[in-house]
Design a binder for this molecule. Sequence first.
Ligand code: B1M
Length: 222
Amino acid sequence: MNEILKELAYCVESGKIDKASPYPPALKGKNGADELAKEALDNGIKPDQILEHALIPAMAVVGDRFSKKEIYVPQMLMSAKAMNSAMKHLKPFFQSGETKRKGKFIVGTVAGDLHDIGKNLVAMMIEGGGWEVIDLGVDVGTEKFLKAVEENPGAVIGLSALLTTTMENMKKTVAALKAKHSELKILVGGAPVTQEYCDKIGADFFSPDPQGAVDYLKQFAG
Ligand code: B1M
């Protein structure tokens, strides 16, 4: 693999955002994901190659380590931030349509629920997996999900809930979405959500962590 891409992947894996970032201490003063992504583009490496050969594999390593409990939320957030600092250089190419994404993923935390740390991690990992993410935020009512689905045909949808009380709203949203769009694929997650609950409310897939969500989406990649 190209040296710049190797270094960029390592920065994302270890959470090195940019040169000024003191974390991780071993890389202090060195270029981070921000500078390396720009350097890669300046060297003529295509945005999709940067994504495919550096960012996506690095985030897969991060997701795997997180699933195995080798790293925890703070390290994962640093990696996601490093990934975002690289993505900001690539986004203009994706937004212009010059480089193709794998598909669209609409995500939100259900009505009444303000927890977004887990949802954001899932969104960042999926974006790192090469998807365009439409993040509707927190406290998202059924109507807002429906509108987003109608504006983005073919998108896969993800619902997050952190409260036992708001799981009921997840159920209502799934029912309303499925009633209007039976073909829609719905992924659910969040601390109180289980496989059993997913089956009960008629969602398509439950993932306990971001990597499981990334893996689930692979089958729908265009
Ligand atoms: Co709240 N809170 N909170 N809280 N909060 C919990 C969830 C709680 C378990 C704490 C407790 O009592 N022990 C409890 C829920 C109890 C229950 O319902 N069973 C609780 C409560 C009660 C409340 C309030 C009601 C408190 C109050 O005001 N009396 C209130 C509700 C506000 C509201 O939402 N309407 C409230 C408020 C808050 C804060 C605003 C202060 C803050 C949220 C800040 C924010 O998100 N921006 C907060 C926090 C931080 C927590 C705890 C401490 C941490 C949650 C978190 O971010 N975890 C939490 C206790 C705990 O978990 N220790 C707690 C880290 C995050 C990475 O994990 O979100 O599970 P998680 O996401 C995981 C997976 O679940 C999965 O991937 C992530 C990474 O592995 N995942 C998905 C998540 N979404 C997914 C979607 C997918 C796939 C996977 O596909 C779409």
